[in-house]
Design a protein. Structure first.
Length: 278
């Protein structure tokens, strides 16, 4: 198995979607082509893969990268648990998207192996905890831990990339924490943010200002984020129709869910399900 060339330091994965498959006995399709880069991060089990001219098997400690518009073939060897991370490549400093040049610039394609399994296990545990959470920082935490996997690989190759520091969530605000907890608890059923604000003894206007200052998003944007995360999970893990998924996510019907989904992800739910199926 040939190890890919290490790319120029100063690049990082810009995560667009993280999904976790647990004890998967077979992939839903033998092969697929995706518009984003993706990497399979193996927690347990193993699978055989072929990407371009490279083929082999992957198990714990292995990351399997596939460039966009490339046929990715895979077959489960033993029930596999893994994270699937969709991403693009960006420069560390100015954030320039270099996805278009990455496939021909030495970025990894195929399998790379991480040697410090203790650190890897710690990162995977943090990723699992973040993935299972519904709190305000879920996406930021998952992005950070995906970055850390890349940092580990670069560090083990002796070429650390540009400096990285996790952006802290900001000063604690008890009102915002309580509001976020109430919103997360009721996000998937009909809810009125005015009622949340009233229960906390404040106005919706005041809550919105403090919520956005602390979290960077409004309470309604947080509701939508939670609903979209659940919609993505149901699209990938179940055979439910869009109308059925809309009911599970707190929307009136599939038509409205589709409108919100397209606004956030640039494609309708059915296309998302097809293009992100593994």
């Amino acid at each position: 198995m040939n190890q890919p060339h290490l790319p120029i330091s100063g690049y990082r994965p810009d995560v667009t979607l993280v999904h976790r498959w647990q004890r998967k006995e077979k992939f839903s399709s033998f092969e697929s082509i995706h518009s984003d880069w993706l990497v399979f991060v193996v927690e347990d089990g193993s699978f055989h893969y072929r990407i371009g001219e490279e083929e082999g098997s992957a198990s714990f400690g292995d990351l399997v990268f596939c460039p966009p518009q490339t046929v990715f073939r895979r077959v489960v060897i033993s029930p596999v648990t893994l994270f699937v991370v969709f991403f693009n490549w960006r420069r560390w400093e100015e954030g320039t998207d270099v996805t278009g040049q990455a496939a021909s610039s030495g970025f990894p394609s195929g399998k790379i192996s991480l040697h410090n399994t203790g650190r890897l296990m710690s990162t995977l545990e943090l990723m699992r905890n973040a993935y299972l959470s519904d709190n305000l920082w879920k996406t930021r935490r998952l992005t950070h831990y995906a970055d850390d996997l890349w940092l580990q690989y670069c560090g083990e190759q002796g070429t650390p990339p540009g400096s990285f520091q996790e952006t802290p969530p900001g000063p604690e605000d008890k009102l915002v924490r309580e509001a976020a907890a109430r919103i997360a608890a009721g996000a998937f059923s009909p809810m009125r943010l005015q009622d949340v604000a009233a229960a906390l003894g404040t106005s919706l206007s005041t809550l919105t200002k403090r919520f956005k200052k602390i979290s960077g998003c409004t309470p309604m944007q947080y509701v939508t984020r939670l609903r979209m995360e659940k919609a993505k999970t149901l699209l990938l893990e179940t055979g439910l129709t869009v109308d059925q998924i809309s009911e599970c996510c707190g929307y009136q019907n599939g038509f409205y869910l589709s409108r919100v989904f397209i606004r956030h992800f640039g494609m309708p739910p059915a296309q998302f399900r097809k293009s992100h199926s593994i």
